[in-house]
Design a protein around this ligand. Sequence first.
Ligand SMILES: N[C@@H](CCC[C@H](N)C(=O)O)C(=O)O
Length: 279
Amino acid sequence: MEQIPFIKMHGLGNDFVIIDGRSRLPDLSVAALRAIADRHRGVGYDQLIVMEPTANGADIFMRIYNADGSEAEACGNATRCVAHLLMEEAGKNAVTIETRAGLLAGTTEDRQHIVIDMGAPKLGWRDIPLSREEDTAHINLTVGPLADPVGVNMGNPHAVFFVDDADTVDLEKWGPIAEIDPIFPKRANISIASKMDAGNFRLRVWERGVGITLACGSAACATIVAANIRGLAGKDARLHLDGGPLDMRIGDNGHVFMGGPIATSYRGVLDAGLLTGAA
Ligand SMILES: N[C@@H](CCC[C@H](N)C(=O)O)C(=O)O
């Protein structure tokens, strides 16, 4: 029976099972993806990543699955981890990774702190996407104590709620309700952000298809964009997530750059039983 080698990595505690599918694509059912994600009976992950071959001028194509088995278009922290793997493998300090969100460039000086050009945000209501026409700088949505979010698409859909103190919000309660609000036909990643000072924001994230995560790179991108739109931030900010800080910058070309550390936890082999979904 098939057994699949993997690497477990994380970016600020946003954790990934990474499979090299370049020579052979793994056959992963939704049941198998959920079984591997099980933190008691499987390995546990926020996202499972498959590195796939590509002919589109990038080093690889990166396929992204959430813990619930759904496929995501973008994942900032996993892009940083995969960039590190490719850099070490090829002995270079710049790589290009294709995702469903487009071609993303990764650069580094030391191969531990990786910066990804996450591309330009999309801000039209159809782009987020929303199910009705709205000003995405002020979406008419209230969920418990959360109201008036900014909608940002970083390849994947985000709603950013600004509050006085992000740490007092019951994210476990309100996050899942906001994620599936009918205004988000593809669901949404839900960010709760509060301004500490002009260059620092506290950020907590309820990730689509996962739940509360220790960090979310694309949410950090969405948040610096949203803060800039609302006049709360300039073009640089440090975002303090539960797992640590990410350094964000909006470039002159409008692209969002995200920098932070990566770490490798261990390497292993997925047991054939897990791949049948029998967790
Ligand atoms: N952890 C990621 C985001 C992963 C995808 C997200 N849950 C979605 O469904 O869009 C990041 O670092 O960006």
